[in-house]
Write a protein that binds this ligand. Structure first.
Ligand SMILES: [Zn+2]
Ligand SMILES: [Zn+2]
Length: 228
């Protein structure tokens, strides 16, 4: 399985950047995790047309290009599977249309694309948000979606090969109201999980990751490709 980071910024994209969008591939099937602003341009640079899009939650920095992607699909007479929570939001209504084949994410959902098996677990973030576990060829990738530190994330992270975590906020900028992990929390989760590597993502524009807190973790960047 190969993970390619097409966008890794939270909130809004910086110059030449892009919001959350991660491509996972087993070499035959291609699936996107989230599709924030800038995702389609990055997708076109990769030359890949994914068979499915999975939205961890329906905040704009994870969904905005999924709205625009409808036009690409319509104009090219394609359809695409779309997985998302049913949170009753107006954003969901916009996306709950053809050319998407819409599927609902719940605690019990699983999805299979080629050798990749996707399962979901609820995480702690305003509204409904799901973390995603992807198993393929005996390897395990866990994506937090957007989340504060929570028990379900700790449980699902155990034994992962790669953790892709929303933990770019430095501890000094983090409060009880911040809807994301701080970097120290993400690194502590990585160490306790036994995971081989941590990728820190959801980078906030104008708020650099604290290199001391990051302590051996990988900091995401657009175009990064990791074989798992
Ligand atoms: Zn976000
Ligand atoms: Zn969010």
């Amino acid at each position: 399985m190969v993970l390619t980071i097409l966008g890794c910024q939270g909130a809004y994209p910086a110059e030449h950047g892009g919001n959350s969008c991660y491509l996972v591939s087993d070499g035959k099937q291609n699936v996107l995790l989230d599709m924030g602003s800038g995702a389609i341009a990055a997708l076109h640079e990769s030359g890949i047309v994914p068979g499915a899009v999975i939205l961890s939650h329906l905040h704009g920095d994870h969904t905005s290009d999924a709205g625009v992607y409808r036009y690409f699909l319509n104009m090219n007479k394609r359809r695409c599977d779309l997985w998302m929570p049913d949170d009753g939001s107006p954003e969901r209504s916009v996306l709950n249309v053809a050319p998407y084949n819409v599927n609902r994410i719940t605690d019990d959902t699983s999805a299979v694309y080629g050798e990749m098996i996707f399962t979901f677990f609820p995480v702690t973030h305003p509204g409904q948000c799901y973390g995603v576990t992807i198993m393929s060829g005996g390897k395990k990738l866990v994506y937090s979606g957007d989340s504060r530190m929570c028990q379900s994330l700790a449980e699902n992270a155990a034994g992962a090969d790669i953790l892709l975590l929303d933990c770019a906020v430095p501890a000094k900028n983090h409060t009880d109201a911040t809807p994301h992990m701080n970097t120290s929390e993400g690194v502590a989760l990585w160490k306790s999980s036994g995971a081989r590597a941590l990728i820190i993502t959801h980078l906030m524009p104008g708020m650099p990751v604290d290199q001391n807190e990051a302590a051996g973790a990988i900091i995401a960047h657009r175009g990064m490709e990791i074989e798992i």
